[in-house]
Design a protein around this ligand. Structure first.
Ligand code: ADP
Ligand code: NG1
Ligand code: MG
Length: 527
């Protein structure tokens, strides 16, 4: 057997959905099994706050990204899947003379909030910078996104009462923020009786979460809406948003472990600095390659397409045009032939106090491109992989280690889709694991977004896993490990003793580690 039966995989608690269209699935609440007690508790909370009963329910999952980190905002494909942990919203909307929003959260630490819908834009614009945003600001992002898009100026306005119950571990790289933003956007869509599809909602939410201050690339909102039970997805952004379903190898088990180092992305500028570094790298290469429209090219993938080059050739351009020493903003301005104040006042640059951070353009671009790959295309790579797989697994490993983060995503998908008979079931896990660990090394060394706790957790885990890496933005949060089912129990017991009990005490393990499988995306539940 493949060992799956040894593992307690949570399959309850997710609506059973047929995922064949772009429509956001609508189901009767009663068909959502295993959540009765949770829904009841939320309904009570709702009743106590608002003296009324909810009329609609939406749930949006968090996600784990298996490979392809910090490249969505460069325009490259990523490989996430939804997890079973979600944000559940209970709502009621009533036609009113004034559009008002009332928010409550089942957890006491998240205070109630009320505002007029007309104020939302200015509340978000005037939010305090450099501190962790209040929880309701994420909610307001979602509301604003949907309402902007519906632009239903003539229509009815509503008093909306909302109760939030989020179960995605927050500040842990599993995208609790996007689950909340997307759930808020979806609740607003239901309240205002809109009918947008999954991709449209994903695009709207990717944009509107930026009101919180971080310039995200869109992976989290895409998988939140487009996820399908049983499959991970290769998500592409250029030329347009697209998700390709990929079945993971049957014997693969993904374990998520929270390092318990919290990373609040909107409270620091780490994330935006990386986005700015990648943009500056794209501008400089575009300028030095003589592209007249260089300042309009903000994504490395767009640059690659404009230049018509392979990833390998892009890597060569990084070596040619970007030095390893960090850049100061003045130097970037000088290369671009721009006034330094103009550069400093560009939207993203102004946010990160660009004068104070050393910008490592070479290293960040190398994470995306560098890999000394000796093949030019994925097609030939896969042919080689296929041929070499059977006889020389070691050589294949060397080849895979040379891939770039952008390529690793495609290679991961290809290996998942290899015929198991041909490749050998455990060979597949070996090669997938190598890709994951190579991704982590690159994130740690070139992208510098790991954390001592993450590296400690990874060091301890190595002997039990085929591969392991940080997931999400990093600087704390979770790792995702690939194992086969046979070793999971042994690994979990080891982690409990050697990482959690030692560092955080007896009860810390339970809420920090879980075995996961690809879950369902955003769903509307009608009560
Ligand atoms: P991540 O997306 O990796 O979980 P972020 O720092 O991007 O981390 O977002 C975390 C923030 O999202 C929290 O600090 C909180 O403001 C908000 N949030 C997450 N879960 C909830 C929840 N259940 N209720 C209210 N707010 C939440
Ligand atoms: P988290 O871990 O949710 O902060 C962020 C971005 C993603 C992506 C990853 C890194 C947001 C909402 N999410 O995820 O777009 O860039 O980091 O791969 O900004
Ligand atoms: Mg987030």
């Amino acid at each position: 057997g493949n060992g799956r039966h040894h593992v307690d995989i949570i399959t309850e608690g997710q609506p059973k959905v047929l995922d064949t269209t772009d429509q956001i699935p609508k189901l009767p609440l009663a068909s959502w099994k295993g959540q009765g007690a949770r829904v009841e508790k939320c309904r009570e909370h709702f009743q106590n706050k608002f003296q009324s009963s909810p009329t609609f329910y939406v749930r949006v999952p968090g996600r784990v990204n298996l490979i392809g980190e910090h490249i969505d905002y460069c325009g490259y494909g990523v490989f996430p899947m939804a997890i079973e942990h979600d944000v559940l919203i209970l709502g009621r909307a009533q036609v009113s003379t004034k559009a008002v929003l009332r928010l409550t959260n089942v957890e006491d630490q998240f205070e109630d909030f009320e505002c007029s819908v007309d104020e939302i834009r200015s509340i978000l614009r005037n939010r305090e910078q450099g501190v962790a945003p209040s929880w309701y600001l994420y909610y307001l992002c979602g509301v604003l996104g949907t309402l902007e898009h519906m632009a239903n100026a003539e229509g009815d306005v509503y008093l909306t009462e909302i109760c939030v119950d989020g179960r995605v571990p927050p500040r842990a790289g599993l995208s609790s923020s996007s689950a909340l933003v997307c759930a808020a956007a979806l609740a607003t869509l239901v309240a205002y009786e809109g009918t947008l599809g999954r991709k449209e909602m994903a695009t709207i939410c990717a944009k509107s979460e930026r009101y919180i201050g971080t310039e995200g690339g869109g992976m989290d909102q895409a998988i939140a809406f487009m996820a399908t039970a049983g499959t991970a997805q290769l998500i592409e952004f250029v030329p347009k948003l697209n998700g390709e379903k990929v079945v993971l190898p049957e014997n693969a088990v993904f374990v998520i472990a929270n390092s318990r180092a919290e990373a609040n992305k909107a409270a620091s500028s780490c994330y935006n600095v990386r986005v700015a570094e990648c943009r500056s790298a794209a501008w400089i290469i575009a300028k030095l390659e003589g592209l007249p429209n260089f300042s309009e090219i903000v994504k490395l993938k767009t640059l690659q397409q404009e230049l018509g080059l392979s990833l390998k050739e892009m890597s060569e351009l990084v070596s040619k045009h970007l030095h390893e020493e960090p850049y100061a903003v003045d130097e970037i301005a000088q290369i671009l032939g721009m006034d330094v104040n103009e550069l400093k006042s560009m939207p993203l640059m102004a946010k990160i106090n660009v004068a104070e951070v050393p910008l490592k353009l070479h290293q960040r671009a190398k994470h995306v491109f560098e890999g000394k790959a000796f093949v030019n295309s994925f097609a030939s790579l896969t042919r080689i992989t296929r041929t070499v797989f059977l006889e020389h697994p070691v050589k294949v490993s060397l080849l895979l280690l040379r891939l770039t983060e952008a390529e690793r995503v495609y290679e991961f998908k290809k290996i998942c889709e290899l015929n198991t008979g041909e490749a050998g079931a455990s060979n597949k896990l070996v090669e997938l694991g190598k890709l994951m660990s190579a991704s982590h090394s690159s994130l740690r060394d070139l992208y510098e977004c790991s954390h001592p706790r993450l590296d400690e957790l990874i060091g301890l885990s190595k002997p039990f896993t085929y591969g392991i890496r940080l997931t999400g933005a990093g600087w704390g949060g979770c790792v995702v490990a690939l194992l086969d089912g046979e070793r999971v129990q042994e690994y979990l017991q080891f982690l409990e003793k050697e990482y959690y009990e030692k560092n955080f005490g007896l009860s810390s393990f339970q809420s920090s580690v879980f075995v996961t499988q690809p879950g369902t995306g955003a769903t509307i539940l009608l009560g």
